[in-house]
Design a protein around this ligand. Structure first.
Ligand code: IPT
Length: 267
């Protein structure tokens, strides 16, 4: 039997970790995995990818592409001959999904920094066209607003370390009064760390940083990154299990928790 995985760029750490775990758990269940990566530079649609997988007799597909609920529903409706499970949609969306709670980890990181006495926050979110990125940003902002705090700046990157680096330079230039930066993923946090080192800003003595994902490398950044941990291996395991177990009639989705892991980039 063969499972399909339609995925966003595997140059990004989180999706590549997910792909590795999906493959591991599928193999354990006796399934092969065919991967179709959507390359932003190539004009291939998700439907093209699904069709490609269908032509290879794939009947169950995991879709790890950031999708608005309406888009995900349309894909679901247009592919009733197969079973689609989504990994990057709003968890409240009606499509079959296994996603992380977008609020618990974001809230925990803001509350942790508030507890340390921080008041000047810079926010570095992921791209605006990613639903997960928007939900993380929204819950940072809501948690800060409850305490009457407005962030000193909100900047968007594209998930890459490079965009984190340039966003941090922009923050240092335009709004240098922040004492903490909340970052939408660990790769951008890596770039932020690099920019702050270059400008002799001490982490965490002058600026605290919290990332998001807790991918395998994050504990080895310098300093070791405090971050919101997503158990991507568990998400993949649940996705494979749900997909293999469920028949089309009955499709319970599942929301997974995220939790703050405190390391050395915060004080
Ligand atoms: C999400 C990651 O948190 C982020 O770092 C980036 O890699 C993004 O994927 C790519 O789409 S994880 C996703 C399952 C919400």
């Amino acid at each position: 039997f063969t499972l399909g995985l339609v995925t966003t760029s595997l140059a990004l750490h989180a999706p590549s970790q997910i792909a590795a775990s999906v493959k591991k758990y599928a193999h354990q269940a006796g399934y092969q995995v065919l991967i179709s990566m959507i390359d932003e530079d190539v004009n291939q649609s998700i439907q093209d990818s699904i069709n490609e997988l269908k032509s290879q007799r794939v009947e169950k597909v995991i879709i790890n592409i950031p999708l608005e609920s309406a888009e995900a529903e349309r894909i679901f409706e247009n592919n009733r001959d197969i079973l689609c499970l989504f990994l990057d949609v709003d968890p409240t969306s009606p499509v079959f999904n296994v996603c992380f709670n977008p609020a618990d980890g974001s809230r925990a990181s803001v509350e942790y920094l508030l507890g340390l006495g921080h008041k000047e926050f810079a926010l570095l979110a992921g791209p605006d066209d990613s639903v997960s990125s928007r939900l993380r940003l929204q819950s940072w902002q809501e948690t800060l607003a409850e305490k009457g705090i407005a962030p000193v700046t909100v900047v968007h990157g594209d998930w890459s370390a490079k965009s984190g680096y340039y966003s941090a330079l922009q923050m240092l230039r335009e709004t240098p009064q922040f004492t903490a930066i909340l970052v939408g993923n660990d790769q951008m946090a890596l770039g932020v760390i690099s920019a702050l080192h270059q400008h002799n800003v001490a982490i965490p003595q002058q600026v605290s940083i919290i990332g998001y994902d807790d991918t395998y490398d994050s504990a080895f950044f310098h300093p070791a990154l405090t971050t919101v941990s997503l158990d991507l291996d568990l998400q993949s395991k649940e996705a494979v299990e749900h997909l293999l177990a469920e028949e089309k009639e009955e499709m319970p989705s599942k929301v997974l928790p995220a939790r703050l892991v405190v390391r050395n980039s915060t004080s």
